[in-house]
Design a protein around this ligand. Structure first.
Ligand SMILES: *[C@@H]1O[C@H](CO)[C@@H](O)[C@H](O)[C@H]1NC(C)=O
Ligand SMILES: *[C@@H]1O[C@H](CO)[C@@H](O)[C@H](O)[C@H]1NC(C)=O
Ligand SMILES: *[C@@H]1O[C@H](CO)[C@@H](O)[C@H](O)[C@H]1NC(C)=O
Ligand SMILES: *[C@@H]1O[C@H](CO)[C@@H](O)[C@H](O)[C@H]1NC(C)=O
Ligand SMILES: *[C@@H]1O[C@H](CO)[C@@H](O)[C@H](O)[C@H]1NC(C)=O
Length: 512
């Protein structure tokens, strides 16, 4: 997620789980009985098995803000959250005796600047950026689950981002610093309005008895199936090339995992788009967004002791520029090792991601050391410098770039894009390679790609504990606590419309 993530002040919480039965009301709430790993899971819905779904949507412009809302769409934050109940009275209705109690109305989802809601600040009422942040908290209050004395949690987050940047707008800061407008050329933008927010349609989750249209093999005709989705476009319908995004979800009652199906298509006006499914922290002051967010990680995983489990089926890759992230992790700490505190001039968003599109080459090479981290640490804790051409695993690194505000970089280096995050960022982008095999990651190009659907159990904690991240010389090592773990693709500018399609299920983050 090269350009699209955030950091938080870390509020460390422990995975307290007590076997206390919640008070049961007259309606049976279903779906929490199938968890297998709940005692060590960091997410509210381990393995996506809970029938009562919690999912939200957010759209970002190039600097992770809103800018201007799309006409009559409201603020680009929305949610679909419900509990499933059985109503023994009506077995013959469409839902086979089940009913979905939705927590969020369409009126809630369409809330936009100028419309008040409980908890909205006066400052937020007319500021599209602040409004979106506060709307997310409000949707969080509607969706929040407090269960078995775990920390409260809210939703999976679908994140959509447009890579257009109108440099004449002066909208995006440079490494966190406000800078004047500059001439176009470096970033895609067709002109006025290129940083717009999309049209968004919501298909609220509903339940039916027929499963015949499904591509999900766990779905059969006899079991009620729940389905819903979000879709939309950045283009108006007159355009000749039309961008498209879609996320649909479906699940059989009481069986297996939710399956999230994604589609993303670029257009000539919107050639750079990102779409991810994220497990974000449920609270925390955010360095990246400058505000508190809501999510699924009720417990924040810390390197090295956690794993991520998920099933991924990539159906269409999205072309040669699609940086598909099998897992992308994001956090925030300062160059002196301190946790972030919201000061965009010294907070640095840190990302690492494994790119599984086999068409993405290693830019790191003996002849391009500036694209490599200064060293690699092997599983047996041997440090291998990048100038050690006999041993350094060049093919394991697509690209490393250093924070733009680092003071003591080892030459040669390249620094990360300074505009696409609200503050400086650092990226460690990996490629499938035998050296990652120890952590359960892909070891050769093509693994996990189109036609190779798999369930992964990735030692994300172990791997991330050994990655190089910049810190000032002599500073104490930052705690590597991760506030976002996600899957999806970032399709970069290419000379034609590109399309990606994939599904994700069984997502879990497990303390080991
Ligand atoms: C909550 O506690 C009950 C009773 O111990 C248990 O059966 C259930 O699996 C727990 N649910 C979660 C999500 O931990
Ligand atoms: C969303 O999907 C529906 C079909 O389910 C389609 O009719 C509609 O045009 C799509 N919306 C957008 C904005 O593309
Ligand atoms: C689309 O085309 C129609 C007919 O030419 C025009 O009336 C309408 O304003 C156009 N819409 C946009 C958003 O440009
Ligand atoms: C540690 O790993 C490196 C690189 O994989 C290897 O060359 C070296 O022999 C290993 N050392 C030990 C002590 O196992
Ligand atoms: C390789 O890089 C390390 C770390 O920067 C440095 O100490 C060493 O002198 C370099 N070795 C060569 C042969 O350039």
């Amino acid at each position: 997620m090269a350009f699209a993530m955030v950091g938080f002040i870390i509020l460390v919480t422990s995975c307290l789980m007590t076997n206390i039965l919640a008070a049961v009301s007259s309606i049976a709430i279903l779906g929490s009985e199938t968890t297998s790993s709940s005692s060590s899971s960091c997410v509210g819905d381990p393995g996506m098995k809970r029938d009562g779904l919690r999912v939200a949507f957010e759209a970002w412009n190039f600097c992770n803000e809103v800018g201007t809302e799309a006409p009559s769409m409201g603020s680009p934050r929305a949610a679909d959250c419900f509990d499933l109940s059985s109503s023994s009275t009506n077995k013959l209705d469409g839902g086979g005796g089940y009913h979905l109690n939705h927590k969020v109305t369409e009126a809630d989802n369409r809330l936009g600047v100028g419309n008040s809601f409980p908890g909205l600040s006066r400052k937020g009422l007319h500021d599209p950026d602040l409004y979106a942040a506060e709307k997310e908290l409000y949707l969080g209050t509607l969706c929040q689950v407090i269960q078995n004395l775990t920390n409260p949690w809210q939703f999976w987050m679908i994140m959509l981002k447009n890579g257009n940047y109108d440099t004449t707008s002066g909208l995006c800061p440079q490494n966190g610093k406000k800078v004047p407008p500059f001439p176009p050329g470096r970033f895609p933008c067709f002109g006025d309005g290129c940083m717009n927010q999309p049209i968004l349609a919501h298909h609220p989750t509903s339940i039916t008895l027929s499963g015949t249209e499904s591509t999900n093999s766990a779905i059969s005709d006899s079991v009620p199936v729940m389905r819903g989705g979000f879709n939309g476009s950045y283009d108006d319908s007159n355009a000749t090339s039309i961008s498209y995004f879609e996320v649909t979800w479906e699940k059989s009652v009481g069986v297996g995992s939710w399956e999230f199906n994604h589609k993303l298509k670029t257009s000539n006006k919107y050639p750079w788009l990102m779409l991810y499914l994220r497990a974000d922290a449920t609270k925390g002051f955010s360095g990246g967004y400058h505000y508190d967010t809501r999510g699924m990680l009720h417990t924040l995983p810390e390197s090295p002791n956690f794993k991520v489990r998920l099933s991924l089926d990539v159906k269409k890759g999205g072309g040669s520029k699609s940086q598909f992230y099998l897992i992308d992790m994001g956090s925030c700490w300062k160059n002196n090792g301190d946790p972030c505190d919201g000061d965009v001039l010294t907070d640095i968003t840190r990302y690492s991601e494994m790119i599984i599109n086999p068409e993405i080459p290693a830019w790191c090479a003996p002849s391009a050391l500036e694209n490599c981290p200064p060293y690699h640490i092997s599983p047996n804790n041997t440090k291998i410098y990048r100038n050690n051409t006999g041993s350094f695993p060049y093919g394991a690194y697509h690209y490393y770039c250093a924070p733009g505000n680092a003071q003591h970089l080892e030459k040669p280096y390249s620094t990360c894009d300074p505009y696409s995050n609200p503050q400086a960022q650092e990226l460690v982008q990996l490629l499938p390679h035998p050296i990652w095999g120890e952590y359960g990651y892909p070891t050769k190009q093509g693994e996990g790609w189109v036609g190779d659907a798999r369930t992964w159990e990735l030692d994300v904690g172990g791997l991330s504990s050994r990655l190089y991240f910049y810190q000032d010389p002599g500073s104490k090592a930052a705690k590597r606590i991760w506030t976002s773990l996600d899957v999806g693709t970032e399709i970069f500018v290419s000379n034609k419309d590109e399309e990606a399609e994939w599904s994700v299920s069984d997502f879990d983050v497990i303390i080991t």
